[in-house]
Design a protein around this ligand. Structure first.
Ligand code: NAD
Length: 499
């Protein structure tokens, strides 16, 4: 069986801890590799290498740093199919979706090529007699990223590209469920000319995460994953004096107004609800039609579309709509939640529990499921299911629909489908959720805007990618300078007012 590694100081390095996790092929259910789980000592060795390399990288001018990223983009395009195949094999998502995963990360790398511009400071000429003040952005040193399984290319790139463009060294702790692509990305960065030690991939589980949290020389942590772990890392990291941003789970509502184009709304819901088997933090998991007529019309349009979905392995062609869940445990959890929805009185309109695929009986597939008449106290409404399950909650009015989304503890994304500009404006202005779509079901902003949720979907005060990433991965130093011609008096003992 293939044994994966870490990537330290420019080379693949075998694990030393003796602990491993299985990496599955979710389509067949087979264990295809094992990944080493780092000890605190292995993490410390990676940090030591990063610390030694970082000052030289920070002293490399930002344009030269950007050129490494430019070459990295070329290599990502060269290896796109190889990366997508490795990604689909471990994650289970379709090949077009895997290419999208790489592409959305690549676009953040493209944005980071603008680092020389983004890192420019501020300057006040003549702030006082002979006095100039300037502020500069400096890297933090060694920083870390802890990433989830569901976007094993995109999210690592969201983290390491801006951090490295700013002159930091980066420790990446990817998900242990699909670690191959992050290792390939690190190799491509090395091929693009990144000095050894600036991007270290340390595979592992909670032990590696705790070692990151405890390491005094790691200055900042960016995390993406489930909310309980986000809260744990945020609390512990902040208590240790680190700069921390953590992005958590989601329960994204899509409100369908009576005036919406029902075909468009149904198409959008099917793509956003079932794409990637629902394993997206921006998946729509709750449809909220306003009015009984809207709800009945929507269900009528959804059912035939759901029944037509093609579920299969990524090898079955580009017309597969979605693949298996990532692990058997993930599948069992989703099946358990569907069961709880039935037990708690929701109407299971389409039941995907008995889905079987000939030749792939041991794969982690779940057929698409649709619930109607879901209510806010049910577990399928309160919890993030992270599977191919869409819940319809019927609302009597726009205000009731808005209130549902606002009262939910998660606040990652939301959407409204309507033809009415006033309603859309009101929704965008009042909703307490970080990313809002108007007739757009998955409002993931492009790389030059920032991405982040509110409420229990995001902890910390800056978002990911866009200009916020450059603020997160740098700190400001402000210099006040006076040259001898400005020195007119002797020592001063009071704060001097600028005149
Ligand atoms: P997860 O929380 O299980 O794992 C995320 C990372 O934390 C992994 O690297 C994992 O090794 C580590 N980890 C897991 N358990 C840990 C523990 N007990 N202590 C310390 N570290 C631990 O999340 P996942 O299942 O990989 O990803 C799915 C989740 O991520 C969903 O909740 C999804 O909504 C969320 N997500 C959020 C965003 C966002 O931007 N808000 C984006 C993608 C995914």
């Amino acid at each position: 069986m293939q044994e994966l590694s870490h990537f330290i100081d420019g080379a693949r390095v075998a694990g030393q801890s003796g602990r491993f996790a299985d990496v599955y092929n979710p389509a067949t259910g087979e264990v295809q590799a094992r990944v080493p789980l780092a000890s605190a000592a292995e993490l410390a060795a990676a940090v030591a290498g990063a610390r030694a390399a970082q000052p030289g990288w920070a002293a490399t001018n930002p344009q030269r740093r950007a050129r490494v990223l430019m070459e990295f983009v070329r290599l990502l395009n060269r290896d796109m199919d190889k990366l997508a195949e490795a990604l689909s094999r471990e994650h289970g998502k379709t090949l077009p979706d895997a290419r999208g995963d790489v592409q959305r990360g690549l676009e953040v790398v493209e944005f980071c090529i603008g680092a020389p511009h983004l890192l420019k400071g501020e300057y006040t000429d003549g702030a006082g007699p002979g006095i100039d003040i300037y502020s500069m952005r400096q890297p933090l040193g060694v920083v870390a990223g802890i990433t989830p399984f569901n976007f094993p290319a995109m999210i690592p790139m969201w983290k390491f590209a801006p951090a490295i463009a700013c002159g930091n060294a980066f420790i990446l702790k990817p998900s242990e469920r699909d670690p191959s692509v992050p290792l390939m990305l690190a190799e491509l960065m090395a091929e693009a000319g990144l000095p050894d030690g600036i991007l270290q991939v340390v595979n592992g589980d909670k032990a590696a995460v705790d070692a990151i949290l405890d390491h005094p020389e790691i200055m900042a942590i960016g995390f993406v994953g489930s909310t309980p772990i986000a809260q744990y890392i945020y609390a512990k990291g902040c208590a240790a004096g680190k700069r921390v941003q953590c992005f958590g789970g989601a329960k994204n509502h899509m409100i369908i107004m009576p005036d919406a184009d029902m075909d468009q709304a149904a198409d959008a819901l099917v793509g956003a609800g079932y794409g990637a088997a629902g394993e997206r933090c921006m998946a729509i998991s709750v449809a909220v039609p306003v009015g009984e007529k809207t709800a009945d019309a929507l269900v009528e349009k959804l059912i035939p579309r759901i029944e037509k979905l093609k579920v299969g392995p990524y090898t079955a062609g580009d017309d597969v709509d979605y693949g298996p869940l990532v692990t058997g445990a993930a599948r069992d959890r989703v099946l358990g939640l569907i069961g709880s929805g039935v037990a708690q009185g929701a109407e299971l309109v389409v039941d995907g529990r008995d889905f079987r695929l000939q030749g792939y009986e041991d794969g982690f597939f779940v057929g698409p499921s649709l619930f109607d008449r879901v209510t806010p106290e049910m577990d399928i409404y309160r919890q993030e299911i992270f599977g191919p399950v869409l819940s319809q909650v019927r609302a009597a009015s726009y205000d009731e629909a808005l209130g549902l989304a606002m009262d939910h503890e998660y606040g990652n994304g939301t959407a409204i489908f309507t033809r009415d500009g006033d309603t859309a404006r009101d929704f965008a202005s009042r909703i307490n959720i970080g990313m809002v779509g108007i007739n757009v079901p998955i409002p993931v902003p492009l790389a030059y805007h920032t991405f982040g949720g509110w409420k229990k979907s995001g902890f910390g005060d800056l978002n990911q990618h866009g200009p916020d990433a450059f603020r997160f991965y740098t700190r400001t130093k402000t210099v006040t300078a006076r040259w001898p011609s400005g020195l007119k008096e002797g020592g001063e003992f009071h704060f001097k007012a600028m005149d």
